[in-house]
Ligand binder design. Structure first.
Ligand SMILES: NC(=[NH2+])NCCC[C@H](N)C(=O)O
Length: 414
């Protein structure tokens, strides 16, 4: 397998996805907000939709890897297993009183069963049956889960993101998603198809400072893949958002520059809100030099980072008006094309909420999009973009579309 993501739109070759599973049987009206979902899901329908999504990629020659299977395989490696047992069964996530028997139980599982348990979590009632011990009264009275489920693995884009010849395992902003990074680190470090292969890690120090650190208070260091857009020509555009802090962008820029993997990183300052949680909820690429943007985004301020003297970052700021020129310059183009569907603002807002801007390019000018955004897709077609529409009535309830649900590992250069 080769590992190289040098653009957003070159022909997509290999991708990691996560098919929704048992974790969604735990998503409920009382916990959905903490788990970052706007509604509960009908699991079987969500799985059918996801199969269509995967089928559309496979039909276009994409090799689709399944996260849960990869994690299970990585956990067959004793060191991978030890790492995950130590950091996931840690006081930050599991009540200290049950930590030891719970970890002992988990350590006996097969790789596949342990992977499922880590993603699906364990409810209080399951615990007693599985571990064969009564839950202490204090723990049992919480009415929740003794190991929380991780439904946001569905959005495979966020916890790790590939850029040029390497991957960043990300420091997630929201507590509900922090354990995802532990799983991704385990996969990339211990899975036979990834371990020791020819790729870099952009995160290492940041990640290792985080795995199960209960304080994790320095949110300016967080970064999530939905904010990271590999625009090409050695440039990366990163949203500073509800999820990504400016220091997180700077850390990524330093890692990329130190290895000569990139020469420009543009930090775009987004409004801080759930609807705009990541850059890819409001702006993605559809073709070479061509972007699709939500009309409500407008032009936002940016900081352009380039390698400076003595390993420092050289930063140039723009207050907003120059946004498109800043991007064009990083791409070495005279201008970029930004497609904005000028419809009634309420329509635009509804479409954006349903991920109309969250495109996954399979090749230049050929994108996957949710079929529900009929009018937005017709607009794209009118602009010469080929749209392959996939269902997302259930999948979209967590606010993520085709781009969010995919983690490209290998993409042809332009
Ligand atoms: N790249 C993205 N836009 N991901 C969407 C993530 C949605 C997820 N429920 C969250 O709130 O974290």
């Amino acid at each position: 397998m080769s590992f190289q993501v040098a653009s957003e739109v070159g022909r997509l070759k290999t991708v990691i996805v996560h098919r929704p599973g048992k974790e969604f049987t735990r998503l409920s009206p009382s916990n959905k907000e903490d788990l970052l979902f706007d509604d509960v899901l009908w699991l079987n329908r969500a799985r059918q939709e996801h199969d269509r999504f995967v089928g559309a990629m496979a039909a276009n020659g994409v090799r689709v890897l399944h996260f849960e299977q990869l994690l299970g395989e990585a956990l067959e490696n004793p060191e991978g297993r030890d790492f995950i047992l130590e950091h996931s069964f840690a006081p930050a996530f599991v009540d200290p009183e049950i930590l030891v028997p719970f970890r002992d139980y988990a350590s006996e599982l097969s790789g596949a069963d342990l992977a499922e348990l880590l993603i699906a979590g364990v409810t209080e009632s399951e615990y007693e049956e599985l571990v064969g011990q009564k839950l202490p009264e204090r723990v049992a009275s919480r009415g929740g889960m003794v190991l929380p489920c991780l439904p946001n693995h569905l959005f495979a884009r966020d916890a790790s993101a590939w850029a040029y010849g390497g991957v960043s395992v990300n420091l997630m902003r929201m507590p509900a998603r922090r354990r995802e990074s532990i799983n991704l680190h385990t996969l990339y470090t211990y899975h036979p198809e990834f371990a020791g292969q020819d790729f870099k890690r952009w995160d290492t120090e940041a990640f290792l400072a985080q795995p199960d650190n209960p304080e994790f208070s320095d949110l300016e260091h967080s970064i999530e893949g939905g904010d990271i857009c590999i625009i090409g020509n050695g440039a990366v555009m990163v949203g500073v958002s509800e999820r990504t802090g400016l220091d997180g962008v700077r850390n990524l820029a330093r890692s990329l520059f130190n290895q000569g993997a990139a020469k420009t990183v543009i930090a775009l300052k987004l409004p801080i809100s759930r609807a705009f949680m990541h850059l890819d909820t409001v702006m993605t690429m559809a073709d070479e030099g061509t972007f699709l943007a939500y009309q409500g985004l407008g032009k936002v301020p940016s900081i352009t980072m380039r390698p400076g003297a003595n390993g420092q970052l050289e930063e140039t700021t723009d207050d907003g008006p120059g946004m498109y020129d800043v991007i064009a310059k990083a791409l070495g183009l005279d201008a970029i094309k930004v497609l904005v569907n000028e419809v009634d603002p309420l329509t635009a807002e509804r479409d954006q909420w349903n991920d109309a801007c969250n495109l996954l390019a399979l090749a230049p000018g050929k994108v996957l999009a949710y079929e529900r955004n009929e009018q937005a897709n017709a607009y794209l077609e009118s602009q010469g973009i080929e749209v392959i529409a996939v269902p997302g009535a259930e999948l979209g309830r967590g606010r993520g579309g085709p781009r969010c649900m995919s983690c490209p590992v290998d993409r042809e250069a332009l």
